[in-house]
Design a protein around this ligand. Structure first.
Ligand code: BEZ
Ligand code: FE
Length: 310
């Protein structure tokens, strides 16, 4: 679907080609081979892009102003560059390239900007909502490796928005709600109380939201609950589960939905026995099952992964 580049004269093409060759050559002496490969390929694609769309100087200035605004709005609680990467699908594509499908391993999706290190630990069957408003949801499953063996002691980080679509880090105060970590038992099983996920918009009061508005795109994310699963020797999984029947599954603003991650959240009648005998004071609740399969960590097997050295 690449547009045919507009015709330019041979003389003009030579001027442009010469610049690309010069910029590429400026990286020839890069000692780190991976950095050299990444930079030279980036330069090639960037110059191709500029030449293909015949980018105007005003448009380039607009792009600089956009990135400057993204920098200005970014703080330790608001990451506009991650949002930009997400809405361009580049976060998901990087995940696709790196978390390659293996057997029945659970698929990965975006981390998003609302993961926070240092969440409180809850026991199995505990409540990660910590008072965040929403319908209680019982979440349970087992963590397996790709041989089908349960994984005891796997660490699960879970986090989600409240029923108003807000994460705790978006509250005005420093309350910590809607996030926790827990460990699987000796048979790889886990369970906790969360909230039935509801749809919410990604932060759209900054340059990324402006871009979505200008391009007629919605900022809404499909309803989801985040998971990060870690266990020594196994590939770390960052993923979500999505709600079967959600209208937004096909139009998620960050392209995060994978069909294998869509789960049935079963709404329970108020007289259904409640796991752990929790007193829900007659409120409705739901339940969902999510078994997780972690493949061996190829980096651990090879003793390291490919990366640019800082
Ligand atoms: C989230 O799910 O929390 C999220 C992911 C990407 C962008 C914004 C929010
Ligand atoms: Fe989220």
């Amino acid at each position: 679907m690449t547009a045919t580049p507009p015709a330019v004269s041979d003389q003009q093409r030579e001027v442009e080609d010469q610049l690309v060759r010069k910029v590429l050559a400026s990286f020839d002496g890069t000692p780190d081979a991976r950095l050299k490969e990444v930079m030279q390929t980036l330069v090639r694609h960037l110059h191709d892009f500029i030449r293909e769309v015949r980018l105007t100087e005003a448009e380039w200035q607009y792009a600089i102003d956009f990135l400057t605004a993204a920098g200005h709005i970014t703080t330790d609680r608001r990451q506009e560059f991650v949002l930009l990467s997400d809405v361009l699908g580049t976060s998901m594509q990087t995940i696709n390239v790196n978390q390659q499908a293996t057997g029945d391993a659970t698929e990965a999706t975006v981390l998003g900007p609302f993961f926070v290190d240092g969440s409180p630990e809850i026991p199995l069957g505990g409540d990660m909502a910590f008072g965040a408003p929403g319908e209680p949801c019982w979440v349970e499953g087992t963590v397996f490796d790709t041989d089908g063996d349960p994984v005891p002691g796997a660490r699960l980080e879970v986090w989600e928005a409240d029923e108003d679509g807000l994460y705790d880090v978006q509250y005005e105060d420093d309350r910590l709600t809607g996030r926790a970590h827990l460990y699987t038992d000796d048979r790889g099983r886990y369970s906790f109380w969360g909230l039935t996920p509801t749809p919410y918009p990604i932060p759209h009061d900054g340059p990324v939201g402006h871009l979505l508005g200008k391009t007629g795109r919605s900022p809404m994310r499909a309803s989801h609950l985040h998971f990060k699963a870690t266990s020594p020797g196994l590939r770390t999984l960052v993923t979500h589960i999505f709600v079967e029947g959600d209208d937004l599954l096909e139009s998620d603003a960050v392209f995060g939905v994978k069909h294998s991650l869509v789960k049935r959240f079963e709404r329970q009648a108020t007289d259904t026995p409640v796991p752990g005998g929790r007193d829900l004071a007659g409120r409705s609740w739901s339940r969902v099952r999510f078994d997780i399969v972690l493949p061996k960590d190829p980096a651990a097997e090879k003793g390291g992964s490919r990366a640019i050295r800082a």
